[in-house]
Ligand binder design. Structure first.
Ligand SMILES: [Zn+2]
Length: 75
C-alpha cells in the first residue's frame, strides 16, 4: 500500500495492543464524538488487522473489520 500522506511504499504488518489486566474493546467513532464523555455511534472492531507503516512519515495506517454484525455494527 502506498502512504495516503506522501505516496511512499509502506511496510505491511499489523497492530497489536499490549495491556495488563482487563480486556478492552476497540471501537471506531465519528470525529464528532471525540470530546464527549459518553461516546455514541461506535463501531466495534476486531483486533485482527492489517497495518502499514510509512518510514518517511513515521505513521501507521490500519484496516480493521467490524466485530459486531448485529445492530448494524453500532454500539
Ligand atoms: Zn508517508
Amino acid at each position: 500500500m502506498n502512504c495516503p500522506v506522501c505516496g511512499s511504499q509502506c511496510k505491511k504488518g499489523f497492530i497489536e495492543a499490549r495491556s495488563h489486566g482487563t480486556a478492552t474493546r476497540e471501537c471506531w467513532y465519528p470525529a464528532s464524538e471525540e470530546d464527549k464523555l459518553h461516546k455514541r455511534n461506535g463501531i466495534p472492531l476486531y483486533w485482527d488487522n492489517t497495518a502499514y507503516y510509512c518510514e518517511r512519515c513515521k505513521k501507521a495506517f490500519a484496516t480493521f473489520d467490524n466485530a459486531d454484525i448485529t445492530n448494524n455494527g453500532i454500539v
